[in-house]
Design a protein around this ligand. Structure first.
Ligand code: NAP
Length: 483
């Protein structure tokens, strides 16, 4: 607390000196919105955004589907933030390996962790390690050209059926990419390796499987409407899954989103054709099934050939929206050659960071990181924002409100400090960071370096009618920044 107090003293002592040294870890929406709000709220603040990737924008670049270009427009706003003279971006700097959290906290007055969720929830059931079973995140990173997963090479050729587990918007994204015509994707910024694989894909049938019913499906109406509108799509939803119980009515009364999703599914089930033509893409919504094990192929050892499901029924209170899936002891199988598990992303802790492993978040109150001492004591100068703070939910704009809350906490903490307490203790901030990284021979990617990548990707894209052709390997990305 004394050091933080000293910083405040310095901040208040001279409004002209940029004394509030702030580091934001992660350059996705949560990181950039935090930086933007901090710049506005604190004139003396100097903000450094670090990211482990050489490219900024996190989920906007690696998570948003290529056929959702309108969602990526926010990049313009984030670029304006990066160009602010009090803000810098340093890519290829990894918290944990390039620099530790305790080092960052020594160098900066305020550290805001906004590095998102780079892992996945798992089922923990037999066969999860079989080849052909991927997390949706891996698949998304693959088609979005994330350099860690450009080599994923999911096998789309030797099967006509994929099972997507989970019914949230990510599940809808991956199902849509599998079912949409590659010709339509060819004009997006989809990674070229993914487009080539989708052009050769044999997958025509996708099962979207949920452990609960259509009144609990986690997706939203706009995204559901979009997948249902795929050209020539055959949609299959069992009528008996659409029966409404009084508990479901109660749940839908409390949620307009759920009501709209349910209504769309009901309408789709009624209008679905009875006859399939050959090669027609098929989307099957399967409800009330939870995976019990992944089935290994007899012909291809180590590869998935299907999923064994336990049928479920809903239990629990409807009023609180908490009807849960309970196993019935009855089982059935679905055959497939590809499984995408889409049951949620998960954050990963770093050394020295209090972490709630069951929830996969950093314990916090309004963005103030709580110490792991057991008492609700905030860690001095340490804050959190985005998926690391609240879990992997919400759209990009949710991070705007989240950043507002975290920055309000930072501002309150600064105001509460007695400006006369302690003494003027400057923090090295940017200079300290860059010195340390130079000593460690870490090649830092500045925002101007990213702009070289950006220009090259746009140039390559323009040659083939795409908005950009992403560079998808670490080597290519880093080499370009060294030119
Ligand atoms: P999500 O919306 O939380 O959906 C997770 C799905 O996984 C749910 O169907 C959930 O079922 C299921 N699930 C979780 N644990 C399970 C288990 N153990 N067994 C079986 N099923 C399980 O997560 P998401 O799809 O990853 O999306 C993350 C966030 O990003 C969401 O807020 C989403 O709206 C947002 N997003 C938005 C867009 C867009 O706006 N276009 C696109 C992508 C993502 P239960 O409901 O039964 O738990």
């Amino acid at each position: 607390m004394a050091i933080f107090g000293a910083m405040i003293a310095r901040t208040f002592s001279s409004a002209t000196v940029r004394s509030l040294r702030v580091c934001v870890v992660g350059s996705g929406p949560a990181g950039f919105y935090t930086a933007e709000k901090m710049l506005k709220a604190h004139e003396e603040a100097e903000i450094d955004i670090i990211d482990r990737l050489p490219t900024p924008f996190g989920l906007v670049r690696s998570g948003v589907a290529p056929d959702h270009p309108e969602t990526k427009i926010v990049i313009n706003q984030f670029s304006r933030v990066a160009h602010n003279e009090r803000c810098s971006f340093f890519g290829n700097v990894s918290l944990g390996s390039s620099i530790s959290l305790s080092e960052l906290r020594q160098i900066y007055h305020v550290v805001v962790l906004a590095y998102g969720a780079e892992s996945d929830r798992v089922f923990g059931i037999p066969g999860e390690e079989l080849s052909g079973v991927h997390s949706a995140r891996e698949f998304v990173w693959w088609y979005n050209g994330h350099p860690d997963f450009s080599q994923l090479a999911p096998d789309l050729k030797n099967t006509d059926t994929a099972i997507v587990l989970g019914q949230g918007n990510v599940a809808l994204d991956v199902a849509r990419i599998l079912l949409r015509s590659p010709a339509e994707l060819a004009t997006t910024d989809i990674a070229s390796h993914a487009l080539a694989a989708l052009r050769e894909s044999s997958i025509r049938k996708v099962y979207l499987v949920g452990r609960r019913g259509p009144a609990q499906a986690a997706c939203t109406a706009k995204e559901l409407r979009e997948i249902l509108a795929i050209k020539n799509l055959y949609v299959n939803i069992k009528q008996d899954h659409l029966q409404i119980t009084s508990a479901n009515e109660e749940e839908m009364k409390n949620s307009r989103i759920r009501r709209r999703v349910f209504d769309l599914l009901s309408k789709a089930s009624l209008s679905s054709q009875t006859h399939l033509s050959s090669g027609q893409p098929e989307l099957h919504f399967t409800f009330f099934r939870k995976p019990d094990k992944f089935i290994e192929s007899n012909d291809k050892s180590g590869h998935v050939a299907g999923v064994n499901f336990e049928k479920t029924t809903l239990k629990g209170s409807a009023g609180s929206g908490n009807q849960i899936a309970a196993g019935t002891g009855e089982y059935d199988d679905l055959k497939c050659g590809l499984v995408l598990k889409s049951i949620g992303y998960k954050s990963i802790p770093v050394d020295g960071l209090p972490f709630d492993h069951s929830k996969g978040v950093v314990p916090n109150i309004s963005g103030r990181v709580l110490s792991s001492s057991g008492v609700d004591q905030p860690e001095d100068g340490l804050y959190v924002c985005g998926w690391l703070k609240r879990g992997p939910t919400g759209i990009i704009a949710t991070n705007l409100y989240d950043a507002e809350e975290t920055v309000a906490s930072i501002s309150d903490d600064i105001k509460k400090k007695d400006p006369t307490s302690g003494f003027a203790s400057a923090k090295p901030g940017r200079e300290g960071l860059l010195q340390l990284l130079e000593n460690r021979k870490i090649h830092v990617v500045a925002f101007s370096d990213w702009e070289k990548i950006d220009s090259e990707e746009k140039r390559l894209g323009s040659l083939i009618g795409k908005p950009r052709e992403k560079l998808t390997s670490w080597k290519e990305l880093l080499e370009l920044t060294k030119r």
